[in-house]
Write a protein that binds this ligand. Structure first.
Ligand code: GLU
Length: 532
């Protein structure tokens, strides 16, 4: 927990570090999620771009948990976020679990720290106490609601008719504070000013303060709101760059004003507001509901809502490799201009440039996401794929030796798009097919073919067990009997595999080994009836 001692260290830190002004500052970026549920792929892309920037510039990547809105807090969400980062290999240098010199990294544990800044703003005239009750706020909304303004905000005009330290006398304010009347502290947004900043992706962005409402900074329970906490912590944690989703752009003027009013010497973090990830048809932001509706994942990993028990599938569990997931996300809004699409994390670190991040939203395309996975599966060694494939086989009740799994991986990886495909395409290597799809040979299974297969089985008892030898014997037997080998291969495949799929059939036999091949053939010979 945060204590007085830490607090002194932090304030001392500010003083000490402010001497460093003017010197080249170490790059420090942060991902600052609120623990409210599963991690959307847009969130992981935000992590990725922060991470790439930090690594490229020899900086630090901080994970800060913004959990000051207790009403939106969801049990397990923080752990889930950390697990997602670990799965993706985007490990923070500082976080609630790894600690760091600016700990604590959970805002709820820093609660005692924010009030002084809110009060400083009140004393400077940039913020005020507001004593309005929830009923008074409702009345205000009803009173000022018009067709053009369906949800009136507490702003420069409305504040004048509300119960706050700007409209009541100082003595009354002191009395209300003294008798414990609940209050919030609101920023006093100035009238008629222009606030602007240089966004690293969009260039100059400006806002008129007349469109900005008097946001609450400190809530009645003493917790800061996101707006105050994000600014204070970016300062205290010496954040130099902040990349966040475009949906935070409207909050920028409030943050700029706060930074200015708090009078810090340190420059504000440089911001980049990342473009939205759009629905596949390009209309609007991609949401979890779109994933449910169109049948693809939107969360990085499975997320189970602790209240409803609803399970939302994630990319990981559907069989994506983290390398592919990261690669796909990097390309959703960025490219290096060369046409290259497959990048390792190391390459991304080298090549990532913010000025190549697009301003416009990026359409999500699930088929393209699968293509990235397929490419990554093809390029990965059996050793690399082993943990994922072994887990998928276990889930299907298949327990096999590592060496055999690796052989199978090498044989079928070209045919696999998602990890579960290894089970679908490869389970017959580990257990006999439960059914035979004999439709493809219907009407073609006759006594001479059956006899050939039985003779072939006899030859196999002693044959050298290599795919090429098995093939050679098979083909010469077919030639002797004037049967086209092609006509015999399909039944052999169906016997061994169960259907019309899989790698070359003699390679399958080689891996299955002599006993298993003979057992499968024997079973089929007994079961298959001759077509009339
Ligand atoms: N806590 C905010 C969120 O949940 C972070 C926004 C920011 O990065 O400033 O996304």
């Amino acid at each position: 927990m945060f204590n007085r001692f830490d607090y002194r260290c932090i304030t001392a830190g500010i003083v000490r570090r402010s001497y460093l002004c003017g010197m080249q500052q170490k790059v420090r970026v942060r991902f600052a999620p609120s623990p409210t549920g599963g991690l959307h792929l847009g969130g992981v892309r935000t992590v990725l771009y922060n991470y790439l920037y930090a690594r490229k510039n020899g900086g630090d990547f901080v994970l800060r948990i913004e959990d000051t809105d207790q009403s939106r807090f969801v049990e397990g969400a923080e752990e889930y976020i950390s697990d997602c980062l670990s799965w993706c290999g985007l490990l923070p240098d500082e976080s609630p679990s790894v600690g760091g010199q600016f700990a604590p990294y959970r805002q709820s544990e820093r609660k005692s720290l924010y009030r002084q800044y809110a009060e400083q703003l009140v004393h400077q005239g940039h913020a005020y106490y507001a004593f309005d009750t929830p009923t008074e706020l409702d009345e205000m909304r009803n009173r000022f609601r018009t067709e053009e303004n369906p949800s009136p905000q507490y702003d420069r005009k409305i504040r004048k008719s509300m119960r706050n330290s700007l409209t009541i006398s100082e003595n009354e304010t002191i009395a209300l504070l003294a008798n414990g009347t609940p209050y919030v502290i609101r920023i006093k947004v100035p009238e008629g000013e222009e606030v602007s900043f240089i966004d690293l992706i969009r260039g100059e962005v400006s806002f008129s303060t007349d469109t900005v409402d008097d946001k609450v900074l400190l809530k009645a329970d003493g917790m800061p709101t996101y707006h105050l906490a994000v600014v204070v912590d970016d300062r205290l944690m010496e954040i130099t760059h902040a990349f966040r989703g475009e949906e935070w752009l409207p909050s920028a003027p409030v943050h700029i004003l706060l930074w200015k009013y708090l009078g810090w010497e340190m420059e504000m973090p440089k911001w980049a507001h990342l473009p939205l990830i759009l629905k596949p048809d390009g209309h609007g932001k991609l949401s979890k509901r779109d994933g449910d509706r169109l049948g693809f994942p939107v969360f990085a990993m499975n997320w189970k809502d602790p209240k409803s028990g609803e399970l939302t599938k994630g990319f990981r569990e559907l069989g994506f490799l983290p390398e592919a997931f990261i690669n796909m996300l990097a390309m959703l809004g960025w490219n290096d201009g060369s046409g290259q699409e497959i990048f390792t994390l190391e390459e991304l670190i080298q090549k990532f440039e913010l000025d190549r991040v697009h301003k416009g939203g990026a359409k999500f395309d699930y088929e393209k996401a699968k293509w990235f996975n397929q490419e990554w599966i093809k390029r990965s060694t059996a050793e690399r794929l082993l943990p994922e494939v072994r887990r998928a086989l276990h889930d299907a009740g298949i327990f096999a030796e590592e060496i055999k799994i690796k052989t199978v991986i090498n044989l079928i990886k070209e045919r696999c798009v998602l990890i579960p495909d290894f089970v679908e395409q490869g389970s017959f290597f580990f257990r006999p097919p439960e059914t035979w799809d004999i439709s493809a040979i219907a009407g073609k299974w006759n006594p001479s073919k059956k006899e050939l297969f039985e003779d072939y089985m006899t030859r196999l008892i002693e044959a050298e067990w290599t795919a090429s030898n098995l093939e050679q014997i098979f083909k010469s037997m077919a030639a002797e009997r004037m049967i086209k080998a092609g006509e015999l291969m399909l039944p052999l495949r169906i016997i061994l595999v169960g259907g019309k799929f899989g790698p070359p059939v003699f390679e399958i036999a080689e891996i299955l080994d002599r006993d298993e091949t003979l057992a499968r053939m024997g079973k089929a010979m007994k079961a298959w009836t001759i077509d009339s």
